[in-house]
Design a protein around this ligand. Structure first.
Ligand code: ATP
Ligand code: MG
Length: 393
């Protein structure tokens, strides 16, 4: 079947008045971002619905993939349209729709008619009954079941007539751009891309920051993070990715502070730098991929010490997930294969053999005093030399 249009459904809970308009506008923007690379589509809002219409050729599977990733879409239906708003063409198209959309024409069905245009001369029930009759005449294997049909065939009579029955799942959530901004600490691992995805799904626009340590970390490790950001941006929209050279700061911590406290002190400086760029981008929170107890730097005591380094709230959507649950999400969103590429991360290179698992904030702060003379200058240099890349999917 040549589907020329799609009906987009979204969850409407809490969407009233001004909020609804904002939600819909953001959804249209995000849909354009996702589907414009697939073909020429117009998107329009019409009394609580959104339609995407194709002008010219497009690849159906590519379009389905694109729409399945747009946050805010709860489901979407490929539809056929009838321009001529009278019964005969509607009945004919309904038959053609079933002919082309179902290989096995052996199922129970119910026709549902919605009449947005009240000037249409027949009542909804009359249209449903008459179209049902036509389908029964044409296809032997079809039977009507008004209580529990296998197929609901919907006919909407509006400015044009829309016919559809299939409903494909969207990701749910809220359109990106409706809920502020967050700065994601994006490493090359499995967890942080998942964390970014989960927060973006609630409508938060992402920025990201990556800390690398050349020459200890390679160009390939950097490229891997760019690739991950690009995959996340398929759903999250464009991302400003800040790439911070962390080598000098790490070396300084390594030389001056106790080695069992390295990771925690390093993470505190990462939070400070992330917060700086969050300020520039107007972000209201930091986002990390941490999960309680996963490693020494993610115990309750370590997380407490990390949080102390910054003022913004830190969102950790993976906090209560087991590793296998995080992996399941990463497989679903398509980041897993890239995340497991074996390039070294700055944290793994400077890591101590026996890191503290229950750091005390006063002890950590005392160790940090050893950096007093040098750290401000090193931080300033790192900030000044940071590179920003605009990521598009
Ligand atoms: P991930 O799988 O996301 O790399 P992880 O299990 O390796 O996580 P850690 O290395 O302790 O855990 O890092 C915890 C979190 O800190 C990460 O999820 C990420 O948000 C942030 N982070 C760690 N290293 C970096 C880095 N090099 N650049 C940016 N953020 C980082
Ligand atoms: Mg990591």
């Amino acid at each position: 079947m040549d589907y020329r249009a799609f009906l987009i459904k979204y969850a409407e809970i809490g969407l009233k008045g001004k909020n609804r308009g904002r939600f819909e506008d953001a959804l249209v923007t995000q849909m354009h971002f996702a589907i414009d690379p697939v073909g020429d589509f117009s998107i329009r809002k019409e009394s609580g619905r959104i339609f995407a219409e194709a002008h010219g050729d497009y690849d159906y599977d590519d379009l389905v993939t694109a729409l399945s990733g747009v946050f805010g879409i709860s489901s979407f239906c490929p539809i056929v349209t009838v321009e001529d708003k009278s019964f005969e063409p509607i009945a004919r198209m309904a038959c053609e729709y079933v002919e082309n959309s179902y290989e096995d024409k052996n199922f129970s069905f119910k026709v549902m008619v919605r009449r947005g245009d009240k000037s249409f001369p027949m009542q909804s029930m009359e249209v449903a009954a008459a179209v049902g009759e036509r389908l029964l005449e044409r296809f032997e294997g079809l039977r009507v079941d008004v209580h529990d049909p296998e197929v609901y065939l919907t006919i909407e009579i509006r400015d044009k007539v829309y016919i559809y029955s299939r409903e494909l799942p969207g990701p749910g959530g809220m359109p990106v751009g409706t809920n502020g901004r967050g700065m994601l600490l994006l490493s090359g691992g499995i967890d942080s891309p998942v964390a970014g995805y989960m927060i973006a799904k609630r409508g938060v626009r992402l920025c990201a920051v990556y800390f690398h340590a050349p020459p200890y970390t390679s160009e390939r490790a950097r490229q891997k993070v760019i690739d991950l950001a690009r995959i996340v941006s398929r759903s999250a929209g464009p991302i400003h990715l800040y790439i911070v050279n962390f080598t000098d700061i790490q070396m300084e911590i390594y030389q001056k502070c106790p080695h069992d406290e390295l990771t925690i002190i390093m993470r505190r400086y990462m939070m400070k730098i992330a917060e700086h760029f969050a300020g520039l981008e107007g972000c209201q929170a930091l986002i990390t991929g941490e999960s309680i107890g996963q490693v020494a730097s993610q115990t309750m005591q370590s997380l407490f010490c990390t949080d102390d380094a910054c003022n913004l709230p830190v969102f950790r959507p993976c906090i209560g997930l087991d590793k296998n649950e995080i992996i399941a999400v990463s497989e679903k969103i398509g980041t897993y294969e890239t995340s497991i590429l074996p390039y070294e991360d700055c944290c793994t290179i400077f890591v101590a053999k026996h890191p503290v698992t229950k750091p005390r904030l006063d002890v950590i702060k005392k160790s940090e005093r050893k950096l007093a003379d040098t750290i401000d200058g090193l931080m300033e240099k790192a900030l000044a030399e940071t590179e920003m890349i605009k990521i598009h999917s």
